[in-house]
Design a protein around this ligand. Structure first.
Ligand SMILES: *Cc1c(COP(=O)(O)O)cnc(C)c1O
Length: 237
């Protein structure tokens, strides 16, 4: 059992290293360091870690399972701490109401059926629209989530015309077995096409612990960092 103070020091050191990596990547790409928002992916870690990160200045957190995230978000709110909650996991339609109640952004929207369900849920439980990113499949493998081809424009248009949703932009995970820079270059091209038809959809969520530099190079506005901040996740969870 690590003491709270020990854990705080560990998270502070990790956070500094991640912030340094982001700053170096921004400098290398000729971008301002504040052009990239860090989303701390706290999945499998307790609400106490979320609170420590918030105390260290983290503003955005990501979770991938409603059954864990709902309770954590409630615990953090009960402690009087306000954060932006990003839902980044595969979302089942029967969880859309629960997620709509605490999430500020859903980054993993990848089907028309999910758009319809999420819109209905957001209208029912929220007093303002829910930000949505459409998840792009960069390798065309439907098992890993995301949309490919013309479905990207169909899903994006559906989000943009939903009363309860606001189209924020795109999200992607780099494919396995391909240079992430090449994949993120394709993503950047799609993001440019999206903004041409939806000028407000400027968010590009890409880059994780292993590939944040490549993502920043290709225009990511948000990087989603778990392992480098919080440590290796238990593979059983
Ligand atoms: C877990 C997860 C991350 C964080 O990955 P790390 O490699 O631990 O930084 C980012 N995005 C999504 C969608 C995830 O599920």
């Amino acid at each position: 059992m690590v003491s709270d103070e020990g854990r705080r020091a560990e998270l502070a050191a990790n956070l500094q290293r991640v912030r340094d990596r982001i700053a170096r990547a921004c400098a290398a790409a000729g971008r301002r360091p504040d052009a990239v928002t860090l989303t701390a992916v706290t999945k499998t870690y307790p609400a106490s870690d979320v609170l420590l990160l918030a105390g260290l200045g983290v503003t955005d957190v990501g979770e991938n399972k409603d059954q864990d995230a709902a309770g954590k978000a409630a615990e953090v709110r009960a402690a009087g701490v306000r954060l932006r909650w990003h839902f980044v996991g595969q979302l089942q339609r029967n969880k859309t109401k629960s997620v709509s109640a605490y999430a500020d952004v859903v980054e993993s929207v990848d089907s028309l059926r999910l758009v319809t369900a999420l819109d209905r849920a957001a209208v029912a439980v929220r007093d303002r629209p829910l930000d949505v990113l459409v998840q792009v499949s960069l390798d065309g493998d439907p098992h890993r989530g995301g949309v490919a081809g013309d479905d990207l424009w169909r899903v994006s248009d559906a989000v943009a015309s939903s009363d309860g949703l606001r189209l924020g932009g795109l999200m992607a995970v780099a494919p396995l077995g391909e240079d992430p820079g090449r994949a993120f270059a394709r993503l950047a091209e799609l993001a440019g096409q999206l903004v041409a038809t939806h000028p407000g959809a400027t968010v590009l969520s890409a880059g994780m612990s292993g590939d944040l530099e490549a993502a920043v190079q290709h225009g990511a506005t948000h990087v989603r960092i778990g392992t480098s901040l919080l440590g290796m996740r238990n593979s059983l969870r």
